[in-house]
Design a protein. Structure first.
Length: 127
C-alpha cells in the first residue's frame, strides 16, 4: 500500500512543478542529456512539455511533443489505480507485471527512439 501512495505523492510534486515552471520555456528544465550529447531525440524528449500540455488540457500540443507518452499515460494511470484498489481491498501489494510487459515496453521505447529520428517520420514524431 505504501508504494502506490508514494507514487501519488511524487506525481503531485512533479505536477506542481510542471504547473509552476513551464517546460516550453527554453532552459527552464534543462536540456535532454541524450539530445545534448548526440543531437538525436530519445523516447523521452518532449515528455515534460507533453505532460504539462496534458495537465492543462492541450491534447493536440501534447501529441505534438510526444505521441507515445500521450498513449502510455492512460495505461500507466490505469495500472496504478488497479494496484491501489487491489491494495485497499486485499491488503496485498500490487503484483509485478509479467516479464513480457517489460521486454515489450523496452522494445517499443527503442523502436520509437529510432523512428522519431528517421527524417521521413520526424515531422510526425519529433518534438
Amino acid at each position: 500500500m505504501r508504494t502506490p501512495l508514494l507514487l501519488a505523492g511524487g506525481a503531485a510534486v512533479v505536477t506542481s512543478g510542471l504547473l509552476l515552471v513551464d517546460p516550453h520555456e527554453p532552459g527552464s528544465w534543462g536540456v535532454c542529456p541524450v539530445y545534448a550529447l548526440t543531437g538525436r531525440y530519445c523516447a523521452g524528449c518532449g515528455v515534460l512539455r507533453a505532460s504539462r500540455d496534458l495537465l492543462t488540457g492541450d491534447l493536440a500540443g501534447a501529441w505534438a511533443m510526444n505521441p507515445l507518452w500521450v498513449l502510455v499515460v492512460p495505461v500507466l494511470v490505469a495500472f496504478w489505480v488497479r494496484g491501489l484498489v487491489r491494495g485497499w481491498r486485499t491488503g496485498t501489494p500490487p503484483a509485478a507485471p509479467p516479464a513480457w510487459v517489460a521486454v515489450g515496453g523496452l522494445l517499443l521505447v527503442a523502436a520509437y527512439s529510432v523512428a522519431r529520428n528517421v527524417p521521413a517520420w520526424a515531422p510526425l514524431l519529433a518534438p
